[in-house]
Design a protein around this ligand. Structure first.
Ligand SMILES: [Zn+2]
Length: 432
């Protein structure tokens, strides 16, 4: 009998594994797990708890009094365990340390898009400016409890910067593998946090593979997204935060920027769990939004086949030719009666501009893809106008200045005298 309050369940063969069989250096199913270059992972593990017993002790009103952005307030739903052997999952980690990672209290917002109210979850103001902090924090806390001081991550940028920032705060070492073409803001962020940065001449898929290989070889804890089950688990906090911020009601449909499929799988896990706990009855419908230049999940859902095509989208955070969490993402879509949509890079940039001009939020292209997907649904008349809709804004726009420069042109510069003259000529003109 395992002394842990959770177990690992294979998403492919269904076998269940106690934590002592997986941790500290196992990640995929010991029986059927397989990692191959440029292929989705097989036998990805999912973490499960004793839902029947949790449900019996669940008090909905008390749960709804918790604050969004503080995962440790529902501690029995996280796969942590104190080194001191107590049952409290976050024991051994100072409360003040946890509180320093609290997410902003006002992440849920709304605005009118062509006369229709649309809600959004704003993850641009997390510690390092992205949704990835949700996963990185859980992984880093697990590493602390396992006594592992070095963590490796392969990333298009955000997962790496997120891990680097959180490691900086916790005094851990981050080894980050990124494509050499990483957006400038993200690279500077990585270096600023003091991470060990390995630029890979190749795409994200190449960075994923070499990062995994080196982590295994050197015995670093691995935060590769989709590979480490805690990366999926960490992202479920978004579902809880939406539930808590909306006081127990949920959107009907959520537009999710999708690359590797981990955000989709994590969000689904959270909503699924809320239902297992008896807190909700229906899961929101999830929509995977991808770029036409990186649409592996859309193609897989349509054809049932995976085919490797390199991704070339400007939305680097959702640029994955081989989505590592493809099968779980597809399952999330199946179980929520979900849909997929691929949008052009041009429409993503137009959506980025629109979000900035209409909400004051500067989001990165991948985040803006959620609005682009929503607008495409509306244009194609695929959306019930009364459906309560939520968009995920997953990363800050200043991380990728080159994308911004595609539409935010530098204004001309003039002397004060020239400006004075120009504006006085203009106002004179206006009087005529
Ligand atoms: Zn398996």
């Amino acid at each position: 009998m395992s002394s842990f309050h959770y177990l690992y369940k294979c998403s492919a063969c269904g076998l269940k594994w106690p934590p002592e069989r997986i941790e500290p250096d196992g990640y995929l199913c010991p029986d059927c797990g397989k990692w191959q270059t440029q292929r989705p992972l097989e036998g990805a593990l999912r973490i499960e708890y004793d839902y029947a017993s949790l449900r019996r002790s669940m008090d909905r009103a008390r749960f709804l009094s918790l604050s969004p952005g503080r995962m440790w307030e529902y501690s029995q739903l996280w796969p942590l365990k104190s080194a001191t052997g107590t049952d409290e999952p976050f024991a051994g980690i100072a409360r003040s340390r946890l509180e320093s990672f609290a997410l902003p209290q006002n992440q849920l917002g709304a605005w009118e898009v062509d006369g229709v109210r649309v809600e959004f979850l704003d993850d641009t103001r997390n510690l390092t400016g992205s949704f990835k902090d949700r996963a990185s924090l859980l992984v880093a806390l697990k590493a602390l409890q396992l006594g592992m001081r070095e963590i490796s991550a392969s990333s298009t940028g955000n997962a790496g910067t997120s891990l680097a920032g959180i490691c900086a705060r916790l005094g851990l070492t981050a080894h980050i593998w990124v494509p050499a073409a990483i957006p400038k803001g993200k690279l500077l962020q990585l270096v600023a946090y003091g991470a060990r940065v390995y630029l890979v001449n190749g795409d994200y898929d190449a960075a994923f593979d070499i990062g995994l290989e080196m982590a295994m070889k050197h015995g670093w804890y691995n935060r590769n997204t989709g590979f480490n089950p805690l990366t999926i688990e960490g992202k479920k906090s978004a579902a809880y935060d939406i539930f808590l911020a909306l006081r127990g009601s949920l959107p009907d449909i959520v537009f999710v920027p999708t690359g590797d499929g981990v955000v989709l799988a994590g969000l689904h896990k959270g909503f699924w769990e809320l239902r297992e706990l008896g807190l909700i009855e229906t899961l929101p419908r999830l929509v995977a939004v991808q770029s036409e230049r990186g649409d592996a999940v859309c193609r897989y859902v349509r054809t049932g086949k995976f085919e490797y095509v390199p991704a070339t989208t400007i939305a680097d955070s959702i640029s994955a030719g081989a989505p590592r969490n493809l099968f779980m993402a597809a399952q999330a879509l199946r179980e929520t009666n979900g849909l997929t949509v691929a949008v052009s890079d041009e429409s993503i940039l137009a959506a980025q501009r629109r979000v900035a001009r209409e909400t004051g939020l500067l989001v990165e292209p991948a985040a803006a893809a959620s609005l682009a997907g929503y607008l495409k649904f509306r244009a194609d008349d695929l959306l019930d106008p009364s459906a309560r809709t939520l968009l995920l804004f997953t990363g800050h726009g200043l991380k990728d200045p080159a994308a911004l420069e595609r539409w935010a042109e530098r204004p001309p510069s003039r002397t004060a005298e020239e400006w004075r003259k120009l504006l006085s000529d203009k106002s004179a003109g206006a009087r005529d």
